[in-house]
Write a protein that binds this ligand. Structure first.
Ligand code: AMP
Length: 130
C-alpha cells in the first residue's frame, strides 16, 4: 500500500521517533507549528477517525506521548487535534493525532497553526530522546 505513514511505521522512510509501543508510534512533525509538534499514529493502517476503534486503540499511547513531551519540553500547555477528511484539513490518510506543545510566547487557538520561526527539529528531538 502506498501510504507515507505505513512506510514510517515499517522504517522504509525515516522519522524523528519519540515514542513507540505495541500499537502506536509517535514522531515529530516534519513541519512543526510549535516546538515538539508530534504525530501519534497506529501501527495498523486505518485511514481516519471514522475507522472503528481508531482513537481508542491509541488513546494510551497518546497519553504516554503527551506525558513524555510535558516532562522533556516543559510546555505551558498542549493542543490535541485530529483532522478527519480533506475538508477538515486532513492531508495524510493514515489516522494520526497531533499533539502540539504550547508556550506562553505564542498563546491561544488563533496561533495554533502560526508556525514559530526557526524551530530546529533535530534539537527538539534530542531534548525529548536524549
Ligand atoms: P494532517 O493535515 O492532519 O493530515 O497532518 C499531516 C501532517 O503530517 C502535517 O502536519 C505534515 O507536516 C506531517 N507530515 C507529512 N509528511 C511527514 C513526514 N515525512 N514526517 C513527519 N511529518 C510529516
Amino acid at each position: 500500500m502506498d501510504c507515507l505513514f505505513c512506510k514510517i511505521v515499517s522504517g522504509d522512510i525515516g522519522s524523528r521517533q519519540v515514542y513507540a509501543d505495541d500499537v502506536a508510534i509517535a514522531f515529530l512533525d516534519i513541519a512543526p507549528w510549535h516546538p515538539g509538534h508530534t504525530l501519534v499514529i497506529p501501527r495498523r493502517h486505518v485511514s481516519d477517525l471514522t475507522a472503528p476503534d481508531a482513537l481508542s486503540e491509541i488513546a494510551a499511547s497518546v497519553e504516554a506521548t503527551a506525558a513524555l513531551l510535558r516532562e522533556r519540553l516543559r510546555p505551558d500547555g498542549m493542543n490535541l487535534l485530529v483532522n478527519q477528511g480533506a475538508v477538515a484539513g486532513q492531508e495524510v490518510f493514515h489516522f494520526h493525532v497531533h499533539l502540539v506543545p504550547r508556550y506562553e510566547r505564542n498563546p491561544g487557538m488563533r496561533n495554533l497553526m502560526t508556525k514559530e520561526p526557526g524551530i530546529d527539529v533535530d534539537e527538539v528531538h534530542r531534548r525529548i530522546t536524549g
